[in-house]
Structures are given as C-alpha cells and as structure tokens.
Design a binder for this molecule. Structure first.
Ligand code: FAD
Ligand code: NAG
Length: 634
C-alpha cells in the first residue's frame, strides 16, 4: 500500500495534466535530436574566440581606399581557386555566413549584383552627401550583450557603436506644424514605462499590462527558432501532433494575437494606442496585421538602447570583407546571378553570373542564397525543381513585404547647429494612421503627390555618426521614408535606371517635395536649406537591393509569417542537396535577424550548434570585460 499510493497519485496527476507528458516527450526528442545532430558528420571547428576581437582602429575615411574593398568588380580571373562555397548576395546575412565559414576553414566566394557590397548596409555618396539605405538604428549593442558579442566576432571588433540619444524614437502626431510629440526613452524597461506614464498618467494599468507582455515576449522568439534548429522530421512530428503548440503555449498565444487587439483589450485611449503602436513601420505591417510576438521582439530590441555604427553603415561590410579574404575567400560585386545551376542528380552545384549578356558559370560544393526566398524559388532555381519545395506555396501565400519611398535630402548646415537629433522621428497625421495608410495606398502616385504624407519616418545619419563632421563639414542629411506599394511605379519597371523618363521623375519628386515640406514644418531650423534631393522608389529597391517587388523586408511579416509550420520550412536546408538559404526570410528582418540567420546557416553547414558556442563565448566575454588583464591576443 505504502508504495502504490504515491505511484497512483503521480499517474493520476499525469492523466490530469497531459502537458507534463508532452513536455517530457518533447524534451526527449530534443535531446535525441541534439545527439543525432552531433553524432552525424564530424562537427566543424568552433569559429569563435575572444582572441578575434582587437581594439578598433580609427575609421578610414579615404573613399578610394574604401572602394578598393567595397567595390571589387567581378572578373572570372578574380575568383580564387578551390572555392568550396558560393554565397549569393553580400548583405549582413551573406557576409556573416561567409565570415563564420571562413574561420571554420572553408573558402567562400560572395557574389553581389549591385556595384558595391553590403546589401541593406550599403551607403552611397552623391554630390558631396553620403546616404544610408537600410540601417537607422540597431539595438543590443551594449558591451557584453550576446548580439554585440556576435557582431564583434563578425567584424573583429573593428566596428564601434555609438549610442544614440536616450530618447531614440520620437513620435509626432497631428498637423506637422503643431504636432504632439512623445519620446521613447531607453535605459531599460522601468525607465521606458515610467516615461510613458508621464505622458499618460491615467494609463498606468495599461502600461503595466504592456510591460508584462513585453517581458513574456523576451523568450518567445525561441518558438520561431526551435523548429528550424530541430531536424525537419522531428519538427514535423512535434507540430503535427500538437505537442509543439502545447509546449509553446506562450509563443502560440503571442504569435496568433494581433497587437491591435491586444491594445483594444487594455485601453480605450486612442492617442495612447497610436503612440505605443508607432514602431510597426520597422516591420512594414500595421498593428492590426502585426502579432504581439513581432511587436514585442521589435520594441524589446531597442528598449535597452539604440546604436549607430561609427563611420556609417558601410563600415560593416568594409570591416567584414578583409576577414573573408584572409581565409582565402573573396567578395565580388557587379555579379548578378541569373540562375542557380542544378545537375542531373538534382544537386545545386553552381551559379550563372550574367553581365552584359555574357554568362560565366561557377561551380562549388555548396551554394548559399541570401537573395531571399522569393528570388531563390521564383527566379533563380529551375522552376521544375522549385515547385517541388514546400516553400514554393508560401511565395504567393505570404508574398513580399511592402515597398518604400525614400526622399534623400542634403542640407546646408551642420546637424548640431540645426538641432537635428541622434534619433529617428515617426510622424503621423492622425491617430488613426491605419485608415490613413490604407487610403494613401489606394491613391495613384499622382494623387498621393497632392496629399500630405500620412506616415513619415525621419532619420538623421549625419547627427548619429560622430565621424560625419570630419568627412562632410557644414553639411547634414535627412532621409524621409514612407511605405509605398509596388503598384505605384510598376509601369516604369522596364525603363533603365536614371532614365525612366520625365513623368516618373516628376511624380516621385513631387512626392519628395511634399515630404520635405512636412519635414520643414517639423524641424523649422532646416527651412530653405535644401541643397540636394533625390527620391528612391520600390523600383530603386529592386535595382539596388535585388528585391523583386521593391520590398523592404523580404517576405511579408504579417500574422502567418511566424506560423510554426512555415518557420520549420524557412530553414537553411532547402531539401535541394547543395543549396542552403540564409537572410532575413530565414529568421526575421533587421540587422540582428540577418546576422543571426548567418549563424543558423553556418550551424547547419558545420553540423555544429553555434548558438551554444555563442552562449559560451558571451559568458567568457563578460568575464573578460570585468577583468581585461586576463585577455590574451594573438
Ligand atoms: C529602408 C530600410 C530601413 C531599415 N532600417 C533598419 C534599421 O534601422 N535597423 C535594422 O536593424 N534593420 C533595418 N532594416 C532591415 C535590415 O536592413 C535588413 O533586414 C537586413 O539588413 C537584411 O539583410 P540580408 O542579408 O538578409 O539582405 P540584404 O541586405 O538585402 O542582402 C541581400 C543581397 O543580395 C543581393 N542579391 C539579390 N539578388 C541577387 C542576385 N540575383 N545575384 C547577386 N546578388 C543578389 C542584393 O543586391 C543584396 O545585396 C531596414 C531595411 C530597409 C529596406
Ligand atoms: C502583407 O500582409 C497583410 C496581411 O495579410 C496584407 O494586408 C498586406 O497587404 C500584405 N502586404 C503586401 C505588400 O502584400
């Protein structure tokens, strides 16, 4: 009796709480999977070491020296012998994968279609002004943070990170001449919450609920990662049997609820909702189409503090390329891939570079595409092979994210004297910006050019970069960005870049002028100081970033984007032997998402869980930060 009772008790308890069994089962699967992962092919060597990080040298501002690294034009003779890996695309994800694989002993060739390396991290200089394209702020760059530790491995510590203003984002609502302004304060959750309470004292309870959701969101992104890390068959079992949903309840709850409905649950205050939801533009989907999970991942990224790379975002590729070269690799630009070559055994074994109607075929043991899932499966792979992939159906089901229209403005006067902030501004005309945007999207570009722009993101790279004044004394730049549907400019798609015709130029410039007028109202100090203006449309994104419909963030980050089944298929392994994926589609848009996708892809190739290596390295780095004398360098 004495023994049986507790056993029966435990058995009863298990019957009443089946999730415990499920949890045990999943745990077992997980351990089993890990053992398989590491008992398969011999894992590659650990590419990480605190020794790779050296004190940063001063930023090189000589443009011709920079171009020697960033603009190495493709020529077949420049391809090193014995390349074993070809990466398509030189954005953060492609370069990250290449650096890690290089350190693990691989010889990697990165091929970029644009005339300079960097993808969304590239900058361009025109008439004495330098402009960023896709990096305005990056979170988690404090010393000792895991993301920073990984970034330092990628750049050997040669990119330094300048903190932006503690008020990293400014939200402006209403008529630009007398907009109501709110700032987002970094420095941790408590500061952030207290600062919000100062604007909205009556929303204390709602703010508390928001903070609780953000706290829950912290670990929840593992729900996206785990189905990619586990072997496909195991992820399938866990998801199909419902075990995954049971164990990952918190993740499921957050990824299936829209942020808009969360806000509606916690308050009726529309001004408050508008202010809190402001950051949706970073993912390109409005709060009623954005999950609580995506929202919290995003805002949690910036709450500790926002940073900007010293020297501008081109520093990132500029520092990573020499590392890839040191390990025998190369990064060549002006090398558009027209096709991934697949042999008769169904193995991806090469790429075709097509320039001025001359084809060059290059072969390697493995091909990694960072050009995005839509590019890879719709345009680069032979279609008879692409349609067999489970990812193929998501190309239409999820589709691309929205495009953007960017007005690049060069200003006479330095940022400090003009009072330009080391921060971004999100300017909305109304509290109901969702309705405004829907209306705006449905206008023709002609009509839009006569309206005020309902959402404008303002970024001031010249204020954020401490080396700017030395490079461009007495000048400033501002980028004015709004969301813009592909359809607006689609009809000019077949024109040549810079020669798409007067009507194209006139319309985009009229929209640009309108945005500039709103900028002058928001920042009266810049009034009448415009020296340079150019406007980029989704067609520019297509041309410079290789995105088929000018999309900003790869695939659409709508509600179904983090569905477990899709997450499972959006993994480095494509099911096509020899072909891997990396990039924002594999994880999520953002600098950090792209970099971590490189980690994921290199893990798959090296048969090594690099996330574990990174966790160990982070611990070691934190110890060294406390006791720098213990550090050995090589
Ligand atoms: C306007 C804008 C603002 C942003 N702001 C921020 C921000 O402030 N903070 C942040 O963290 N993130 C921001 N992002 C997102 C972030 O920049 C991206 O998510 C990330 O850099 C994507 O990296 P990636 O390597 O996946 O893709 P990319 O950087 O796009 O790299 C892919 C590369 O592949 C190349 N390519 C495509 N097709 C081919 C082909 N056929 N042959 C050869 N090469 C090809 C492309 O030219 C490109 O260089 C922003 C994005 C945009 C567009
Ligand atoms: C992204 O998905 C949302 C929700 O399904 C949809 O409303 C939006 O139009 C999509 N974006 C694009 C550019 O297709």
């Amino acid at each position: 009796m004495g023994l049986v009772t507790p056993i029966v008790g435990v058995a009863n308890y298990l019957v009443e709480n089946p999730w415990i069994l499920a949890l045990l089962f999943l745990l077992y699967c997980f351990i089993y999977a890990l053992s398989i992962m590491f008992s398969g092919p011999k894992p590659g060597r650990n590419p990480f070491s605190t020794k790779h990080v050296r004190p940063a040298k001063p930023v090189i501002t000589d443009q011709s020296l920079r171009n020697k690294i960033l603009k190495q034009r493709f020529k077949a003779q420049k391809v090193p012998d014995n390349i074993d890996t070809i990466v398509i695309g030189s954005g953060m994800s492609g370069l990250s994968t290449a650096v890690i694989l290089g350190r693990a002993g691989y010889k990697v060739l990165v091929l970029e279609q644009h005339d300079q390396a960097g993808g969304c991290c590239h900058t361009f200089i025109d008439k004495g002004f330098e402009f960023d394209t896709g990096i305005h702020y990056i979170g988690k760059m404090m010393d000792g943070d895991m993301t920073r530790v990984l970034t330092d491995q990628m750049t050997e510590g040669q990119v330094t990170w300048c903190p932006m203003d503690p008020e990293f984002d400014i939200v402006a609502i209403g008529d630009p001449e007398k907009a109501r302004k709110y700032t987002m304060l970094s420095g941790g959750k408590d500061k952030f919450a207290k600062h919000l309470e100062e604007y909205f004292p009556s929303e204390k309870v709602a703010i508390g609920k928001l903070m609780k959701a953000l706290e829950e969101g912290k670990g929840a992104f593992w729900g996206v990662l785990i189905p990619k890390i586990l072997p496909l068959w195991l992820s399938k079992i866990a998801i199909k049997t419902g075990i995954y949903h049971l164990v990952m309840r918190k993740f499921i709850k957050m990824s299936t609820k829209t942020f808009r409905s969360f806000l509606d649950d916690i308050t009726d205050n529309e001004e408050f909702k508008a202010v809190i939801g402001y950051i949706f533009g970073d993912m390109g989907v409005v709060p009623s189409e954005l999950s609580v999970l995506t929202y919290s991942t995003l805002i949690n990224h910036y709450i500790p503090g926002a940073y900007y790379p010293v020297g501008g975002s081109s520093e990132i590729a500029f520092q990573m390329i020499p590392i890839i070269e040191r390990y025998g690799g190369r990064v060549l630009v002006d090398a558009p891939i027209s096709e991934i070559l697949v042999n008769d055994k169904g193995r991806a074994h090469g790429v075709r570079v097509r320039r001025n109607n001359v084809d060059t075929d290059l072969f390697a043991r493995r091909i990694i595409s960072s050009a995005g899932v839509i590019n890879t499966f719709k345009y680069l792979l032979p279609q008879e092979i692409a349609v067999k992939s489970p990812l193929h159906r998501y190309i239409t089901e999820i589709g691309p994210s929205i495009g953007c229209l960017t007005t690049f403005v060069g200003i006479d006067g330095n940022s400090a004297e003009l009072g330009l902030p080391k921060a971004n501004m999100w300017a909305f005309l109304n509290v109901d910006y969702e309705r405004d945007l829907e209306e705006y999207k449905n206008l023709t570009p002609d009509e839009a050019s006569e309206r005020e722009c309902p959402l404008m993101f303002l970024s001031f790279p010249s204020a954020k970069d401490p080396t700017w004044e030395e490079k461009f004394p007495g000048k400033s730049v501002v980028l004015l960005i709004t969301l813009c549907p592909w359809e607006w400019f689609k009809s000019w798609e077949n024109g040549r870049v810079k020669h798409r015709g007067d009507d194209y130029n006139t319309i985009k410039e009229r929209i640009g002028r309108q945005m500039w007028r709103q900028c002058e109202q928001l920042f009266p100090a810049v009034e009448g100081r415009l020296e340079y203006m150019d406007v980029g449309t989704p067609l520019s994104n297509k041309y410079y970033l290789g995105q088929p419909e000018g999309e900003m963030y790869g695939m659409n980050h709508s509600m179904n984007r983090f569905d477990p089944e899709l997450s499972m298929y959006l993994r480095p392994q494509t099911g096509i032997p020899g072909l891997y994926l990396t990039g924002q589609d594999v994880l999520t848009a953002s600098f950090s998402g792209a970099m971590h996708s490189g980690l994921l892809t290199a893990s798959a190739i090296l048969h090594r869980n690099l996330f574990n290596d990174l966790i160990a390295l982070t611990k070691e780095t934190r110890k060294l930060n406390k006791d720098p004398a213990a550090k050995k360098t090589d």
